[in-house]
Design a protein. Sequence first.
Length: 305
Amino acid sequence: MEQFILPVESIQERDVDLILLEELSTDNSFCEWFIRELGLPNLTSINGSWRSISAFGLGETDILFSYNSKDKTIYVLIENKLDASFQNEQFNRYLKRVDEYLAHKECDKAFAVLIAPKFYCENQSDFENYLTYETIAERLQFIGSKRNIFKSNLLQIAIEKLRRGYQPVNSIPVQNFWQSYYKFKEEKYPSLVMKKPDVVPHNSDWPMLYDDRLKNIVFYHKLAQGNIDATFKAVSEEVAFKIKEILPNWAKFEKHSKSFSIRVYSGKIDRTKDFNKQIDLVDNGLKCLERLRSWIIENKDILGE
C-alpha cells in the first residue's frame, strides 16, 4: 500500500489567499458557485480579483472580488482567517471601506464576507455572511480534477491546524458582562434558554437564546449591532416567502448565506462596559425578543414550526 504523505507540514493564511485568488481569477463556475453560496446578487460577468488591497486609509482587504450582476457592479470584500484573532475594529473597518467604495461610486453594491474554518466562523460575532473552508474544500473535491483535489487537501490541512491549535482566550470584562446578562435573564426571562457562560473571548458579542417549542430557531442578541435576530435554520424558501408576506412593520427580513432572520432593532450595547449602566438596553432587547417569539408562536402553523 502506498503511504500517504502530507504535501506540506502547515498552511498559512497567505496560502489560502492564493488558493482563493486562483479560483476567483480562473474558474467562472467556481465564482458562480461562490456567489450563490453567499447569497449575493447573481453573477453575469467577472471584472477581476486582487489580493491585499489597501483603501481610504482604512486598512487592508485580503481579497477584493469584483463582478457584474446585470448592469450593477458588485464588490465583495473578503476577510480570510485561519487562526489569528480579529484585530481591534477590523470588522468595522471593513464596513467603512464598503461605505467608501459606495460613496466614491466605484461600485453599486458592496459586501464584506468572512472565509474561515467552520469552527472559527461559528465562534465569531462580527461577519454574518461567511463561507467555511470545509464548504470550499468539498466543492473542490466534488469537481474532482487532480488540481482541485490537491487544493482541497491543502484546505483540510489548514482546518486541522486550527483544530489542533485553537485555544480561546478569556476576556475578563466581557466575561463579567455575559455572566451579568445570564443572571439577569434567569431572573426576569426564565422561559428563555441560554447556556451559562464559561470562558468568554473578547469578540463574543452574540448571546444565543432558545425556546424549546421552536426547534429550528435560534435567537441572537447582537449587542454591538443593537439587533435581536430570530434566525431560522434548515427552513425552506417557501417558509421564507410566507414570512415576508406576513411580517409585521416593526420587524425586518434579513437573508444570510445559509439561513435567514427576522430582525428587530433594540439598541446598541457595549459588552466591554459595565452591565448595570446598560441594563435598560439589555431589558429592552429581551422584551423585543419576547415580542418576536410571541409573534412566531402565534404564526407557527403558517411558518411550519
